[in-house]
Design a protein around this ligand. Structure first.
Ligand code: PLP
Length: 365
């Protein structure tokens, strides 16, 4: 006799659709039997990991029989020093996705709600629903966050507001002036999560540094990641910075060894490699210009982006264009899960990867 396990699952999880990741290169290779595939689908750093990270991994490999440092002492020390924080303000995660889940677990329940924007990062609705909480979604303004609408949408049961700055998948950003005005409006008992996954790429006037706002706003949590500009997406490491009491709560539900030994070592080493970060930043600016020029030449509209990706509007339904690009050996990201069926998100790659994408796009259109 079999059992309907779906009926046994927590209410929120019964209706949950899993996160749709970018298609892996190996999967497309298996499907098409071709090589030389270009993946511009997951906002990864096209430079490859920093040499410092590789050296640190080689050294850490010798101790793979040992559990990692459950408290991540060295990495926390390095983050705290670099950004003038205290180590006890930090919570490490297996990617910042992990800490977003920890935040949801600590503050959300079937008796609570979270607020986030239309076109906001898709992990926010997933983390909310997994906890059985109610999602309050505010309409976007020019594809970005409408902070006035978000402040107005906060309900008596709202415990968390999620804001990505810059936002993925739209590449839009908020100014420090806008953010400060919002933070001053939010009740002290509502946690504001400021997701700064792409902050290292941004060159925008009046762009805020969330870490510098922590002392003024005890209800603020800033999340950052080593997956993007720091080039370590495969290792899974990120963190939250917050006030000490929130960090203590997040660390209560964190799995003791959630960040593995190689990730700890590589993240600590990359954090000190300013030259790598500068190269990543410069390469992205140059590649962004190349892609902007290329899609402009094709007469396509795009959402101006301050991140390492750009979202481009196709002349028609984007899914068939995505499929045709796959057959050309180029993986980009369709945005159907975001309710943007005419858009594709393209991560900025190396110059020849960007060129390959642009010529494939020209052919398939
Ligand atoms: C990529 C991304 C993250 C983090 O991903 P991790 O690899 O889990 O650190 C978080 N937020 C946004 C908006 C992202 O795009």
């Amino acid at each position: 006799m079999s059992c309907d396990f779906l009926a046994l699952a927590n209410a929120g999880i019964q209706g949950l659709s899993p996160y749709q990741a970018g298609k892996p290169i190996e999967e497309l290779e298996r499907e098409l039997g071709i090589s030389g595939i270009v993946k511009l689908a997951s906002n990864e750093n096209p430079l490859g990991p920093s040499a410092a990270a590789l050296t640190a991994c080689e050294k850490a490999e010798r101790d793979l029989t040992r559990y990692p440092d459950a408290n991540g002492f060295e990495l926390k020390q390095a983050i705290a020093e670099k950004f003038s924080l205290q180590p006890n303000q930090l919570t490490l995660g297996a990617g910042s996705n992990d800490v977003l889940d920890l935040i949801a677990r600590v503050f959300l329940s079937p008796h609570a709600s979270s607020v986030f924007s239309q076109y906001g990062f898709v992990v926010y609705p997933i983390a909310t629903q997994a906890c059985g909480a109610r999602a309050i979604v505010t309409p976007a303004k020019n594809w970005g966050h409408d902070l006035d609408a978000m402040a107005a949408a906060i309900a008596p049961d709202t415990r968390v507001v999620f804001i990505a700055n810059p936002n993925n998948p739209t590449g839009t950003s908020l100014t420090k002036t806008e953010l400060l005005k919002f933070l001053r409006q939010v009740p002290a008992n509502v946690v504001v999560v400021l997701d700064e996954a792409y902050t290292e790429y941004v060159n925008a006037p009046d762009f805020p540094n969330g870490l510098a706002l922590l002392s003024e706003f005890p209800n603020l949590i800033v999340t950052r990641t080593f997956s993007k500009a720091y080039g370590l997406a495969g290792l899974r490491v990120g963190y939250a910075a917050s006030n000490v009491q929130i960090a203590d709560l997040l660390n209560r539900v964190r799995a003791p060894f959630n960040v593995n030994a190689l990730a700890l070592a590589a993240a600590t080493a990359t954090l000190a490699d300013d030259e790598y970060l500068q190269r990543s930043h410069a390469l992205n600016l140059q590649g962004m210009q190349q892609v902007v020029d290329g899609v402009t030449a094709l007469d396509l509209a795009f959402i101006p982006s301050v991140g390492n990706f750009i979202t481009v509007e196709m002349p028609s339904d984007a899914l068939p264009i995505y499929q045709r690009l796959l057959r050309e050996g180029v993986i980009v990201r369709p945005l159907v899960p975001y309710g943007m069926p005419k858009h594709l998100r393209i991560s900025i790659g190396l110059p020849d990867e960007n060129a390959k994408f642009l010529s494939a796009l020209r052919r398939v259109l």
